[in-house]
Design a protein around this ligand. Structure first.
Ligand code: CP
Length: 302
């Protein structure tokens, strides 16, 4: 078992989070280094991905390492019935670290407990997405020049959105005020409200989007997570619950920025893309530098 894994954002202390953000800023200035020369990183994606896999793989390439793995689970021996236990044992014979996305909550923790090489959780079901959270924090810091005392409005699928769950936990170090905006079916789970209360984090809940985010520093939009629904009729009822449009931004703070982990479907109208408050594509680009920082912490500084 390797103890250098990143499975949950709570695996990192506040100091470690700040160390990653500082390191990411360094990589943004100079992304091409050879610090992973001779290292092999496996990317095992049991669920689809564009940004997370490609930015991790770009990070490895820019750091001089090599990539193995799969992006389509149907090309792996999982479809023949191989267990996750056996897959991790085998891949850890070939790679120095494993970046893994899996539909089951807890799969990354399980893998980290049996793997002799570090596991980096690239998303486990509705649970956690810690590398996304670190890039979200980097984006918040870059746009607000602080992480402290911010009004953060989280909108959309707060029930199944793993990026929301990780972000709530990470921001607990920085005295945020949260505004959770979701329809009843997709409200933030009670465990995260209990977490906020225990950590003296102020929060309120609403179900209306319009005019409800004018005091926000960060407007964090999310996609309704179709793949997590048991009942497709329920998905059909809520799938278009909110669409952010340009004319809804008129009374927002001048320095407010819109984040979204992406992919988006209908929750942000394309007319918002050209608004200076739209930061989601730059946010995804920031993922490269943050993932370079994560890989370096996991593989170089141990
Ligand atoms: N934000 C995110 O996890 O995007 P992908 O699903 O494309 O990796």
């Amino acid at each position: 078992m390797s103890n250098n894994s990143l499975v949950s954002i709570s695996d990192y202390s506040k100091d470690e989070i700040l160390e990653i953000l500082e390191s990411a800023a360094d990589f943004e200035l100079n992304p091409n280094r050879k610090t992973l020369h001779g290292k092999v990183i496996a990317t095992l994606f049991f669920e689809p991905s564009t940004r997370t896999r490609l930015s991790f793989e770009t990070a490895v390439v820019r750091l001089g390492g090599s990539i193995i793995g799969f992006s389509d689970v149907t090309t792996s021996s999982s479809v023949k019935g191989e267990t996750l236990n056996d897959t991790i044992h085998m891949v850890s014979c070939y790679a120095d670290a494993i970046v893994m996305r899996h539909p089951l909550e807890g799969a990354a923790r399980f893998a980290s407990e049996i793997s002799p090489v570090p596991i980096i959780n690239a998303g486990d079901g509705s649970n956690q997405h810690p590398s996304q959270t670190l890039l979200d924090l980097y984006s918040i810091f870059k746009t607000q020049a602080t992480l402290e005392n911010l009004n953060i409005c989280l909108v959309g699928d707060l029930k199944y959105g793993r990026t929301v769950h990780s972000l709530i936990m990470a921001m607990s170090h920085f005295h945020p005020t949260f505004h959770f905006i979701a329809p009843d079916e997709l409200k933030v789970p009670d465990e995260y409200k209990v977490f906020c209360k225990r950590n003296n984090i102020k929060f309120k809940e609403s179900s209306e989007l319009h005019d409800n985010f004018n005091d926000a520093d960060i407007l964090y939009m999310t996609r309704v997570q179709k793949e997590r629904f048991q009942d497709m009729m329920e998905y059909e009822r809520v799938k278009n619950v909110y669409t952010l449009k340009n004319n809804m931004l008129e009374n927002t703070k001048s320095n407010m920025r819109i984040l979204h982990p992406l992919p988006r479907v209908t929750e942000i109208d394309p007319d918002v893309d050209s608004n200076e408050k739209a930061y989601y594509f730059k946010q995804a680009q920031n993922g490269l530098y943050v993932r370079q920082a994560i890989l370096s912490k996991v593989l170089v500084s141990k």
